[in-house]
Ligand binder design. Sequence first.
Ligand SMILES: [Zn+2]
Length: 617
Amino acid sequence: MLAQPQAHGGYAFCTNLFGSRVKFVRSNRRGALGSLHLRRHTGSASYCRERNYHIVVRTTPTEQTLRVCTFQVAFFELLMKGDQCTNLQELTRVVAGHAIYPDDKMLDKRKAFAEHVAAFHNDAQIPLRADYEGIVLMSAHQPNLFPYSGVVRKAVLVHAVAEQLRNVIGCPVAELFCFADQDFAEERWFREAQLPSVRSRNGTLSLRLSVAPTYNNKIMRAVPKPDNNEVEKIKSEIQRWTVESRDSIMKHSKHLGLQPPDVDLCTREVFDVIDRANERSTNAADFNAFFFAYLIQECGYETAFARFSQCQQVFKDEIAFILEHFDQYAKLMVDSQKNPVTKIATPIWYHCPCNGKADVKVVRSPDHKLVATCRACNTTVEFKGGMRQALEQMLPNVSLRAESMLIAFSGIGITFYVGGKGGAEYLSRASRIAKELGMQFPVVSTWRPRDIYGGVGQLDAILELLRVRSEYYLMRNAVTCDAAIIGNELDLILADIDQAISALDNLKRAIATRKAAGFKEQIAFVIDTQNDLKTRFERNKIARDSSIVTHTKNTVGMIPSIIDHAINVGMRSTASQWSTALEENIHFDEDVPLKTNTSMDALFDTIKQLCTSDLFE
Ligand SMILES: [Zn+2]
């Protein structure tokens, strides 16, 4: 333990070297800039989605003076149907007003599409009860490993709108969720999921599937499913994370004089879902997709699932139409880009027999043909005989690029689509292109609030911060605990120790250069003194605590894998709390508080009050 370092001034320590007293004094760093925080103000989302930002500049580690200035940033966005909706009620009204009812041609296409839905449900052994005679609501995502909560929330919003519509529309409402398993296998989240863990690197525990580099540029469904050892290893990492977090919470809450919560985490249900996905799947994309589908099934939804790698062949007419109008499509793409682009990619991929993704080129003369070049094996294949003929030869190994996906899905009439983070720009472009090409486009909405809840990872992080403050006497107890201030103070202490060690390094060099009698012993003495300094001032412990404090904000603010929700809140309870928030017409930008319905909630409420609010922003 460091001997009473002072929080509000410099501190000094002395040591004795060869009879002379050497004094190291902390330099006065007052006035240095502390940290810069961006705070999103969520209360005023308006028609054109202007967003306000508060910039908070904090000066000096301990002064509490804040200067706040506000400015507005207007984002240029192409408006889509659904853009202006701020809550479920408004959204339902817009969706109901744009319902797409099927004609005979569309019904036939839905029938063909339904075969691919049935194939997924058959493989996953999930009962299928979808009725495609009415309207269809949809969302989609890559089959990511234990995906973050935002992916599950997409299915929840689809379900919430569907439930509302069932009350106002006298026809069946189908809920569809598609997995983009034709995407690149090297995508990070296809093989990595994160949990909040303040003592881990960057404050997060990464769960990983190994995907060999040989799968780069190949489609996700080409990757074999994890072997049993890998699955068991991931499960034991999750188990260890729950135990370590719980033990740390118990220890620190007692030490801080807080009521330790009754933490009884059950991993069995999540592990059962993982085991079931492992048992039924034959490749990594399905392993991930099945895990997700089982969670949705557990929520009691009758969502219909399909794989993009299979179902998109149904849209051959729509794809042919887009390819025949490729010049117009390309011009619209160029016009709607924020940054100038020189070349617009043909809106489809061809899946090479090696499972690589192949870029496709439209060649017009002498006759129409499609030329595909694989990114994985570099093979080029030509498909001749006119556009439709060429496309026909490629089937079923064709998938759509992001912009053209929803345009082609007009073939089965999608009334409503839930997009995701990062999708707004391409969906806006797609909406505009669809309009110009005279193709139907759904109402589009997103819902990506932050969930505020005290799971074991979040509680552990906050308690660690409070523990460091208390152990090092870094802030007065009456002041709310600020991670930035505590981090700065620890860094200053570390800098002082390192400065002393570095001064001794200089001394070592000087002794070595002089080579006077007994210099080796003198150098050994200096090294001993350095080690003694490190031990006496607990340099390694302070460094560890400093990194814990640095991680706190990331650990508390990260958006973790849905596993975090499933273990702390429960999957069904999470979905039901989200649904309730939607039914109460929560603003789509507003944070959603979730309850674990254990005594962890009370501890979370207590320790939240002890910390500055920017820890939760
Ligand atoms: Zn290939």
